[in-house]
Design a protein around this ligand. Structure first.
Ligand code: SAM
Length: 246
């Protein structure tokens, strides 16, 4: 309700999200560092560690949904063995273009592919991947239960899904600091770096409306995942959710 975005109908939500990432694509990586004070790096590393990637030559297919500029993909390729291959999937062509350029620079283009589409309808066969990740993407998807079901469908039996997302701060005092930062500072950083505060007000709003870790864990169970767990990071500013397809 803070910025009047709460009433956005489902059908318009995706358009709003697409505008945001289209505008910021070229400066997205810098913005991430500024807005999280570099914390997103630690959270993403922890997620990639939780993937349990093979260090040896064994083949391992990772799908990174809402993969944007490829941050998770590059980390996974760096950490895992030579059998690791990643598909970066995102609805936004501008974000994927930045990722493609990064892949060429890093000479990793033979182990990474970029596919454009909607997380609610993954264009992949069932059981195609060893693991599926989504980092700071699921809250942007209009129909989250559909995306979770799709993520489970494309997993091999025994495969895991990891969802990294902003969560609910559960440390007394930190919540106040966090509120001041997110409503006060984040839109201003957006204005300075991307030239526009409004898209970031929408982002802050969407973080605020995202469910707490336990509620989201239940949504994963409802989508059919087993052995679901949630781990808070930095006092609950973010949380990693994990679930398996048995
Ligand atoms: N995972 C990357 C990271 O952690 O740096 C990018 C996260 S960025 C905050 C969110 C991404 O979700 C954007 O690249 C956006 O285009 C993508 N996205 C939004 N809605 C989507 C949808 N319905 N299907 C697939 N990707 C979507």
């Amino acid at each position: 309700t803070h910025f009047g975005y709460s009433e956005v109908p489902l059908s318009r939500k995706q358009g709003l999200v697409d505008d945001v990432f289209h505008k910021v694509a070229s400066r997205y990586d810098l913005m991430n560092d500024l807005m999280s004070g570099g914390l997103h790096r630690a959270w993403k590393s922890a997620m990639v560690t939780a993937l349990g990637l093979p260090r040896g030559p064994r083949s391992f297919r990772l799908l990174d949904v809402a993969g944007g500029t490829g941050d998770i993909a590059f980390r996974a390729l760096k950490r895992g063995g030579p059998g690791v291959g990643v598909t970066v999937f995102d609805i936004n062509g501008a974000m994927l273009d930045v990722g493609r350029a990064r892949a060429r620079d890093l000479k990793l283009d033979d182990r990474i592919e970029f596919v454009q589409g909607n997380a609610e309808e993954l264009p992949f066969e069932s059981g195609a991947f060893d693991a599926v990740t989504i980092a700071f993407g699921i809250r942007n998807v209009p129909r989250i239960p559909l995306a979770l079901k799709e993520m489970r469908r494309v997993l091999k039996p025994g495969g895991r899904a990891l969802v990294l997302e902003f969560s609910k701060v559960d440390v007394p005092g930190l919540d106040k600091v966090y509120d001041a930062f997110s409503f006060g500072v984040i839109p201003q950083i957006g204005r300075l770096v991307a030239g526009d505060a409004e898209p970031y007000q929408y982002l802050v709003e969407s973080i605020r409306r995202f469910p707490d870790a336990e509620t989201f864990a239940d949504m994963m169970r409802e989508a059919g995942f087993d052995q679901v767990s949630a781990t808070p990071y930095t006092g609950g500013v973010a949380a990693l959710h994990m679930g398996f397809r048995i």
